[in-house]
Write a protein that binds this ligand. Structure first.
Ligand SMILES: [Zn+2]
Length: 137
């Protein structure tokens, strides 16, 4: 039987689109392997790095696990509250910190500021020992 193989890039993008959680390259690799998609871990890494560079995925740095990725939502990204256990992300309601960031940056002689705030914590599910790793949107 011949099946049409899609490019690693579109396989990774399709997998990313299945969840709004931040996931590591390894998690995405394992999810693809689960669905019998043959993409090597190094290809997943390379593809994620490229997608991050082009701005179509967002990257956060999670303590312990390293970089985690998810598709960039259509609305501009706000400060994130990210669960270190499962990568679930909540957007922190907009208190406008941008003017303060700009003021601080200007004092230091910086311009073209892109404010970015990440808050780490543990979501309710992870605190109660319930894994949300298998949940899909
Ligand atoms: Zn969690």
């Amino acid at each position: 039987m011949r099946t049409r193989r899609s490019s690693p890039r579109s396989q990774v993008q399709r997998e990313l689109a299945t969840s709004e959680r931040f996931r590591t390259a390894n998690e995405i690799y394992l999810a693809l392997a689960d669905r019998k998609q043959r993409v090597s871990l190094s290809t997943v890494y390379r593809t994620l790095t490229m997608l991050a560079g082009s701005g179509s995925v967002e990257v956060v740095q999670l303590p312990g696990t390293g970089q985690a990725y998810r598709p960039r939502p259509p609305e501009p990204a706000g400060p994130y509250l990210v669960c270190v256990g499962c990568g679930t992300a909540a957007t922190v309601p907009a208190i406008d910190l941008a003017p303060w960031f700009r003021a601080v940056a200007t004092q230091q002689g910086f311009s073209d500021i892109e404010p970015r705030v990440e808050l780490w914590g543990r979501c309710t599910g992870c605190r109660q020992g319930v894994s949300e790793n298998d949940s899909h949107v």
